[in-house]
Design a protein around this ligand. Structure first.
Ligand SMILES: [Zn+2]
Length: 269
């Protein structure tokens, strides 16, 4: 009788230990966080007026559906500091955590995205191109999705939207091939951005292009992390603690995505 009991109890104990280990590995080692990448946002009508911007523009309606999904499913929208601390292993975060990011600093973000993020009490980061902001005189929304936030608008963002953080997408390297400039020129660009804006330790590569020189320049300028951009299929993955701090992948949802597909993407590894 005793032997029989042991025969039953032992496999149960082993199974329980195995499950604990699997859950432990899952939570501590393999927790991956989706970093969502958006660009422009517009009404369906405005989007239709700019055929060349289709791949970079999500409709206001679609964006709100996605935010509603995140809220309904109890997703925590992270601040950049929370994401950074998680990435460094300093804190753990709920399994359902997500980092929302916007590239380029379009005026449409201020017009449509920020009020919606505030409505749902969500955090997000915008990676601005410094020269686009400095050259912009667009302080009013006129339906042109190719306009950027001005310095005046950025000041308003700081006052009106504490849930929105601003980081660098370069000062003036937002063109194809910019990455091939020499290290001195790359560093000059970083220093120009640093001299004009705040939050100068997180970077997002223009067009997702990076190389050893670029990473090195960022490190020498005391940057702590840099995000890639991935239309490339291999980049459709969540960020992991194991990723290089200067090669953090993102999920591209720039052009919009049905809520069902969005949900599946968030669930995928
Ligand atoms: Zn960009």
């Amino acid at each position: 009788m005793k032997i029989k009991k042991r025969k039953i109890i032992l496999p149960i104990i082993i199974s329980i230990i195995a499950i604990i280990i699997i859950i432990g590995v899952y939570i501590t080692e393999e927790h991956r966080i989706a970093v969502l990448c958006y660009h422009n946002i517009a009404t369906t009508e405005e989007k239709q007026n700019f055929l060349d911007e289709q791949d970079w523009t999500i409709t206001v309606e679609n964006f709100e559906e996605q935010l509603k999904y995140l809220q309904k499913n109890n997703y925590k929208t992270l601040t950049m500091q929370e994401f950074y601390k998680w990435k460094q292993g300093e804190i753990n975060l709920p399994y359902k955590s997500v980092l929302i990011t916007f590239d380029d600093g379009f005026l449409s973000n201020y017009q449509y995205a920020f009020p919606l993020l505030k409505k749902y009490n969500m955090n997000a980061t915008v990676f601005i191109v410094g020269s686009f902001i400095d050259n912009s005189t667009d302080n009013e929304w006129q339906g042109n999705i190719k306009t950027y936030m001005s310095n005046e608008i950025l000041e308003k963002v700081k006052k009106e939207y504490p849930n929105i953080e601003i980081y660098s997408h370069s000062y003036n390297l937002h063109y194809q091939g910019a990455i091939n400039r020499n290290t001195e020129e790359l560093k000059n660009d970083i220093e120009t951005f640093n001299s004009k804006f705040e939050n100068i330790d997180i970077y997002c590569y223009p067009f997702g292009q990076y190389n050893y020189n670029m990473k090195q320049a960022l490190k020498e300028e005391n940057y702590k992390m840099a995000f890639k951009y991935g239309p490339d299929r291999k980049d459709y993955k969540k960020a992991s603690r194991k990723d290089d701090d200067f090669e953090i992948p993102r999920l591209n949802v720039s052009h919009g995505m049905s809520v069902n597909k969005f949900a599946i993407r968030l669930m995928m590894y």
